[in-house]
Design a protein around this ligand. Structure first.
Ligand code: F6P
Ligand code: MG
Length: 471
């Protein structure tokens, strides 16, 4: 599909893409170097204490490899800042090297194969695939996720919001028999769930480069007043249409194309729990993770299983809960685990799939390509066919939105279905996204002008959101 406008790229110095290449990516690369330095510090101490010579040699080799990865990441940072040509992804045994490299060749023909000229969406996907190649080519860091510690730390700090939501679910479970057959009540809860799940997307660690943890805590707040106040920031609101779609199904399947791990994943799981326990419409939920560390905080298969077990561990969250709070979370975590154990919840890949996907990764490989979703059918027909079995496919977050719309410079009042290209009509889809990149479609022209006036950064500062549905 050839859209009628060009994609966003950093040649426009007023766009968020330019700021990202100039400032945000260097910070993310530095955080990887810092993380490896911390690992090395511990490794160095273990090496010194080790008395067995073969184990000592292994530790030394591991340390050496980590130093080499630090060098590679530092070199990448240097080359990025100087707008060097983006080098081919090595043949490292993981999927997509060829796909990324043939696109690089194509970009080279129009001299758009450097960090400050390449289309933003492509370059950012390429960045995470390139980082992965540095780890996969080592022996001891093969399965290492350089963002895992950061994901876990922020998740541990989300206790207040998590206990709040667990209480709400506890109350809801008590009333579920009464609400299950009362469509009006169900609808009220459904709309609240959508909002919780939407604002859960504010917890994106690649944005922590310019947002503080307390900013994020404010965005996570789930209380009714906080939700109502945020309604004004939803610039497109297709909640009703999504509700009508869902109501048409019985014992159907919902798919979540996941975004971030930690708090956002928790809200996705809670929404899914609500759908299968409180409504007659859904009996199965499929979650689609990323196979490699991706855009800092995205969910990988190990993150998914880890999150379920973290929630069941009373010592995991940093806050000190009351006995009631602890019970509510315990109850919710047990139910989530049960959904996973009995197959009501599943991932698109087997539960214990390692980073990279191993031999089971096929079902998720598409999500770490740079391919816009309008080419999903051509690129991964099996996935596309499988999503056509779903009653509703929920695309979480900003990156999914960029891929749904191709990260194209559409006028903001382009109809959503038009920006989806040939994907429109393939299956019912709902995108829940807080705005963290320039692309936005499906908006009212007048509303765009007013918002522009009120807050010129509305497209990128994470304070505004879009709920976009296409049948
Ligand atoms: O840095 C680019 C970007 O895609 C931004 O658009 C966004 O801030 C982030 O990465 C990903 O956001 P999300 O986790 O919501 O997909
Ligand atoms: Mg993300």
């Amino acid at each position: 599909f050839e859209p009628p406008y060009p994609p966003y790229d950093p040649t426009d110095k007023s766009g968020f893409s330019y700021e990202t290449v100039l400032k945000r990516w260097p910070i993310i690369l530095t955080s990887i170097v810092d993380q490896l330095h911390r690992e090395n510090h511990d490794l160095h101490q273990s090496t010194q204490q080790e008395t067995d010579s073969s184990r000592k040699a292994t530790l030394e080799k591991k340390l050496e490899e980590s130093k080499s990865i630090i060098e590679q990441v530092s070199k990448l940072k240097y080359q990025m800042a100087r707008d060097h040509v983006m080098e081919p992804i090595p043949e490292d045994g993981e999927p997509h090297a060829e796909l990324y490299n043939s696109e690089l060749d194509r970009l080279a023909k129009s001299a758009k194969n450097t960090w400050f000229t390449a289309p933003w969406l492509y370059a950012e996907c390429y960045l995470y695939r390139l980082l992965r190649s540095m780890f996969i080519q080592s022996t001891h860091w093969h399965d290492y996720d350089p963002f895992a510690a950061q994901k876990k730390d922020v998740f541990r700090k989300s206790g207040n919001s998590i206990y709040g939501i667990a209480k709400m679910m506890h109350d809801l479970q008590k009333e579920k028999a009464a609400i299950k057959n009362n469509t009006e009540n169900l609808k009220v809860f459904f709309l609240e769930m959508i909002q919780m799940c939407l604002w859960g997307n504010a917890t994106d660690l690649s944005l922590l480069t310019h947002m503080s943890v307390s900013d994020i805590e404010r965005l996570q707040a789930f209380e009714k007043d906080a939700q109502a106040a945020r309604q004004a920031f939803i610039m497109r609101d297709d909640q009703e249409a999504a509700w009508n779609q869902l109501q048409a199904s019985k014992d159907g399947r919902v798919d979540f194309v996941l975004d971030n791990s930690g708090f956002e994943l928790f809200t996705d799981l809670v929404f899914a729990d609500f759908l299968v326990t409180c409504t007659p419409y859904v009996s199965k939920v499929v979650f689609h993770p990323k196979l490699i560390p991706w855009f800092v905080s995205d969910v990988t298969p190990p993150d998914f299983t880890q999150t379920i077990s973290n929630l069941s561990d009373p010592a995991f969250l940093e806050s000190s809960p009351s006995p009631d709070q602890q019970d509510h979370l315990h109850e919710l975590a047990a139910r989530l685990k049960q959904h996973v154990d009995n197959g009501t919840f599943s991932m698109s890949v087997p539960l214990h799939t390692p980073l990279g996907g191993g031999s089971d990764g096929k079902g998720a490989a598409f999500w770490t390509t740079p391919v816009p979703y309008w080419d999903m059918e051509a690129y991964d027909r099996e996935l596309w066919e499988s999503l056509r079995q779903s009653s509703l496919v929920i695309f979480k977050g900003d990156l999914n939105y960029r891929k749904l719309t191709g990260d194209i410079q559409w006028p903001a009042w382009t109809p959503f279905a038009e920006a989806l290209g040939p994907l429109a009509g393939s299956f019912p889809l709902l995108s829940l996204r807080t705005n963290k990149a320039d692309v936005a479609v499906g908006l009212d022209k007048q509303k765009v002008a007013e918002t522009e006036e009120k807050d010129p950064k509305w497209r990128v500062n994470g304070k505004f959101a879009l709920i976009s549905f296409c049948t």
